[in-house]
Design a protein around this ligand. Sequence first.
Ligand code: SAM
Length: 263
Amino acid sequence: MNARPKKSFGQHFLHEKRYIERIVSSISPRDGDVVVEIGPGEGALTLPLLAAAKRMTAIELDTDLIPGLRERAAAVGELTVIHADVLKVDFTQLARDLGVEKLRIAGNLPYYISSPILFHCVDHAAAIADMHFMLQKEVVDRMAAEPGSKVYGRLSVMLQLACKVIPLFNVPPGAFRPPPKVDSAVVRLVPLTPDQLPKGDPAKIHAVVKAAFAMRRKTLSNTLKGLIDEATIRSLDIDPRARAETLSPGDFVRLAQTLASAG
Ligand code: SAM
């Protein structure tokens, strides 16, 4: 234990027991659940999760941490450690390899790549039952933000179109070694079922959301110029003079559908 945390890997090890217990009880793993942890580090979450799930998989990029982790886990349950960058792990294939339809994903994420990890998981949402992540509180606020809020943006829309976003509780810097500069929060994400998912091409939805939020202060008629004309925007009962931050996730889907029908 007590390896020197590496800044380049975003290492902030959780040491406060009550937060570890709260995360584990939020996940409530049961014997037979197929839990995959991203960034197990020294095992603060891995060991209690493993004790409950009996068998689990963890993905760690830092080779130096893996032998110690394996050693500590041996007495608790069956841990498979995959040495890899989580962004290169195909969760859909992993679920297949593990012989299940859906994985339960958890992790105190390395903050330097938290958004890419979120989008990577969303890409594999059909193979995921739920996700529990520790993130910067500011990121959780953005993920859960509603239209009209100052922090509502691309992350809010794209995640809410793929998952139910449920913020659980905040965690102060002092709970980690070393303490991060920001407050943290734990969030639960539950992928939407096929009938709840938006109808439309995800790439087109993404293109509209990206363009609409590229310049927050500009109106839709400006930001969507070249993509969707004013008359089309108006035909959806959306004001072309409105700004992206006032639109619901469903509005973006409707806008993207016009793009699809226009070819
Ligand atoms: N789970 C441990 C805890 O709560 O104490 C460690 C959390 S620490 C914030 C993030 C962990 O993710 C570190 O162990 C780090 O080495 C690992 N990590 C960083 N980048 C990664 C990547 N691209 N893929 C997989 N793991 C990564």
